[in-house]
Design a protein around this ligand. Structure first.
Ligand code: XMP
Length: 311
């Protein structure tokens, strides 16, 4: 693809659509939403508000890192603390699709409020082709696919969604990111799903359970930072398993799954062949940093039959 031409075309397309109105874009720091924010900023300048929803489901230090990268690109980020709103919406929910739908509803109703506050008529969003294909097939409800499955966005939320990347798959998005001059860390960033750690906590999503998976994820990321892979993360299961303390007492503890996959575009994936020594370090560090954990497992399954995320 001609990434430079794509950039010119999409900047003109956004300008044409938004006209003299205002727009808002949410960025999570991932390559899709960063590319969308930069295209939007080029097209609209100060008429675009770039926001980060601190929903309590992000990884360690994520809001600060996103702020830093955007500041380096001359883009101001507004951070909204909406943790209580998201945890309230997810409270008591254990079914994966119910959780995804509760996340999506909270995400867009939060945006409806932000759009009202900022006077924005448009929401720019970094939906890519794989998100649409998977949601339409009914594999899972991706948080950012609405109109394609018949949700009347304007009627329900009061804004118009623009998706400049919806024909691209991940490798092409990375080419566009490069053409835009985004830093390497963004261009090559591993994908992180919109619903964040909520879909890596099996069962009910509570601040305490998210904190467990957040710390375990930080360990997996630290230990795989130089390992070439598509995604590397931790999942907290809802079961508990018997362990034994140093004093020889029985202890029911949490079970963490470590998942590291290779993939081109997320449509198919293989479990990565992580060196045994790395796996051992991950296991030890997770147990040390998350004392409630008694078992650490490594997932060997590819996609299909598994999906990359657990929910
Ligand atoms: P699955 O689990 O379906 O994931 O194999 C495929 C890719 O999509 C990411 N993913 C999401 N990304 N919103 C997103 O922005 C979502 O709701 C969502 N669900 C999954 C996942 O991390 C993987 O890269």
């Amino acid at each position: 693809m001609d990434a430079k031409k794509f950039v010119d075309e999409k900047v003109a397309w956004i300008k044409g659509k938004v006209g003299e109105e205002k727009a808002v874009v949410a960025t999570s720091g991932g390559v899709d939403s960063m590319v969308t924010a930069v295209l939007g900023h080029r097209a609209l300048g100060e008429r675009l508000s770039v926001v980060f929803l601190d929903d309590g489901l992000m990884r360690k230090n994520e809001p600060e890192q996103v702020k830093k990268v955007l500041a380096g690109l001359g883009i101001k980020l507004r951070i909204y603390d909406v943790k209580d709103r998201f945890f309230a919406a997810l409270k008591g929910k254990t079914d994966p699709e119910e959780k995804r739908k509760a996340f999506r509803e909270t995400f867009y109703s939060t945006f409806a409020d932000i759009a009202r506050e900022t006077g924005a008529k448009y929401l720019l969003q970094g939906t890519i082709a794989a998100d649409i294909v998977e949601t339409k097939k009914g594999v899972k409800t991706q948080h950012n696919v609405l109109e394609q499955i018949g949700i009347p966005v304007m009627e329900r939320y009061g804004f118009i969604v623009l998706e400049p990347l919806k024909e691209l798959f991940k490798p092409q998005v990375r080419e566009v990111a490069k053409a835009l001059g985004l830093p390497q860390e963004v261009v090559n960033r591993r994908p992180f799903p919109g619903p964040g750690l909520a879909i890596r906590v099996i069962g009910e999503v509570t601040p305490d359970r998210v904190a467990i998976v957040r710390e375990a994820t930080a360990v997996v990321e630290e230990e795989t930072k130089d390992f070439q892979c598509f995604q590397a993360f931790a999942v907290l299961l809802s079961d508990r398993a018997t362990g034994v303390t140093n004093k020889g007492e029985r202890k029911y503890g949490d079970i963490i799954v470590v998942r590291v996959v290779q993939s081109e575009d997320a449509m198919k994936a293989q479990a990565a062949e992580l060196p045994w020594k790395t796996l051992q370090r991950i296991e030890k560090k997770i147990r040390e940093r998350v004392p409630s954990v008694t078992h650490v497992l490594y997932d060997l399954t590819g996609k299909p039959p598994a999906t990359i995320e657990y929910e």
